[in-house]
Design a binder for this molecule. Structure first.
Ligand code: NDP
Length: 475
């Protein structure tokens, strides 16, 4: 009911703005109130093709040794029909459905029922109940930060069951990879559809809902900002930060175990992928409280983009390197392996230090030291919807003086390292760096558009001092 009223209000606001020839001031925050044709076309494309893209990649590995061109050539030359490929694709099995249901239920239990204990004995780790950023409607949500503990418990149980008690084989994930893909899709669609219905009929906070009036856009980009069930089950934090990301390292371990089973050894490339991606995943959990202040949680609404993306896109496409190495075991020469390791670690270092510098700067309101000096910054101001003036600061020293998104640059260097670990035989493992470059460049532009409308002329002053986005002197 409340959501209907909010929807009506949104429509009235849209008409009023159109009459005045202005844009809704709320456009500063979260996703758009109105949909342009380009966004709509992109969304329809993704809704139709993203699940097919994932299937195509995984099928190429299972049936064509990870060649992306061979399936197409087979189809175009009439060598094979779609039905031939489909008939060789494993279907959903009760066994996979059972494993997947158990997995998700276990993650829900860890998320909901075990308050964080890691922060009690790990110095420097921030866990337990933490506050998120202020939502556009002015709410401040509380979150139980217990991801690190969920990751540790899950991995301990995995090792105990797979290697000591032998309840299941460590290759279990690889062996059921395609049947599990169907399960992940079912959950991804179910949760996105549920979130849409919930947004209409029983939203958690009606004032934080956005309706564009376009069904597909709302389905994809979400209506509710922070859908919750009860006080603590937060959809965004759970789906972004649990079933997919906790699984990421287990999936890689399962791929390594499969290499061992098939070839009697684990290649240095597989070890590199496991180690570098393992650092990235652990970093995510160690900094989960910081993650509450990132764009995903602070600005994106919860729809198919996050719901399906977290269930399917992330675990299946972020782990392509490990999958590739099962079908194509690559032995790197020492120089190549060391080069990949250095690039990966350097990328991670830049990613972490840049994010840490901003976090420290914002937490202390500039009263800190960056690289041994007091930080330099630009004072800026912005107005909230009700006309209240707020003040903020944009740092112009440390890595933030090198480029406006140097954290993305570090992330991209790390991503490139995972791909380079797979050698140069196929394009498939390079999908990750291509995707991350598009994702982070788009994010950069999206974020700067938002910051520019938020800070106005102050943002111009900032971009004059820090003129480059990702690569100093180039872009
Ligand atoms: P940022 O952490 O860069 O946050 C951007 C926000 O920071 C801006 O909106 C602005 O917010 C504030 N800000 C911008 N410039 C400055 C400055 N000079 N000084 C102080 N504050 C500033 O972006 P994300 O949340 O997108 O990314 C967080 C991390 O997550 C990144 O390292 C990224 O690489 C990673 N990431 C990884 C993904 C993956 O799939 N692997 C996906 C997405 C992100 P305000 O309005 O408060 O001023």
């Amino acid at each position: 009911m409340a959501a209907h009223q909010e929807k009506k209000l949104a429509e009235e606001r849209k008409h009023q703005n159109m009459k005045n020839g202005t844009k809704a001031p709320q456009g500063q925050w979260g996703r758009a109130w109105e949909v342009d044709w380009f966004s709509l076309a992109s969304i329809l494309f993704l809704l139709m093709f993203a699940p097919l893209i994932v299937y195509y990649f995984i099928m190429s590995c299972a049936q064509y040794q990870c060649s992306l061109t061979d399936p197409l050539l087979d189809l175009l030359t009439g060598n094979k029909h779609l039905s031939d490929i489909w008939n060789r694709t494993p279907m959903l099995t009760y066994w996979a459905a059972g494993i997947y249901s158990l997995w998700v239920t276990f993650q829900v239990i860890l998320y909901m029922s075990i308050p964080d204990f890691c922060h009690k004995f790990l110095p420097g780790y921030v866990g337990g109940v933490q506050e998120g950023a202020v939502t556009p409607a002015g709410a401040v949500n509380k979150y139980e930060i217990n991801g690190l503990q969920a990751w540790i418990i899950t991995h301990m149980l995995w090792f105990a069951n797979a290697f000591c008690l032998h309840f299941f084989s460590p290759t279990i994930i690889f062996d059921n990879w395609i049947p599990l893909l169907w399960c992940a899709n079912i959950l991804g669609y179910a949760v996105s559809t549920f979130a849409m219905i919930k947004g209409y009929f029983f939203p958690t906070n009606a004032k934080d809902c956005k309706f564009t009036g376009n069904f597909f856009y709302d389905y994809m980009m979400g209506i509710e900002f922070n859908p919750r069930i009860g006080k603590w089950f937060d959809f965004k934090l759970f789906f972004n930060g649990r079933p997919g990301i906790v699984a990421w390292t287990l999936i890689n371990l399962s791929f390594a175990a499969k290499q061992q089973e098939l070839y009697g050894e684990v290649t240095n490339s597989m070890i590199l992928v496991n180690v570098l991606q393992g650092i990235y995943v652990l970093d995510f959990f160690w900094n989960e409280a910081w993650y509450l202040k990132t764009i995903d949680i602070c600005h994106d609404h919860f729809g198919w983009y996050l719901g399906w993306g977290d269930c399917v896109w992330l675990p299946y496409l972020y782990t392509l390197q490990g999958l590739y190495l099962v079908y194509n075991p690559v032995h790197l020469c020492t120089a190549h392996a060391v080069g990949v390791l250095i690039l990966g670690l350097l990328g991670y270092y830049i990613f972490r230090v840049t994010n840490h510098q901003k976090d420290l700067f914002r937490r202390t309101d500039g009263n800190c030291r960056i690289w041994g000096k007091r930080p330099e910054y630009i004072e800026c101001s912005y107005m909230s919807v009700d006309g209240t003036k707020y003040y903020s600061k944009l740092m112009t020293s440390g890595f933030w003086g090198w480029a406006r998104h140097f954290n993305y640059t570090g992330d991209l260097m790390g991503s490139l390292a995972y791909c380079l670990a797979c050698g140069f035989e196929h394009i498939l493992p390079y999908f990750y760096i291509i995707y991350m470059t598009i994702l982070l460049t788009h994010r950069c532009i999206r974020d700067e558009h938002r910051c520019s409308s938020k800070y106005g002329k102050d943002w111009k002053r900032y971009t004059a001092v820090v003129p480059y986005r990702l690569l100093p002197g180039i872009f």
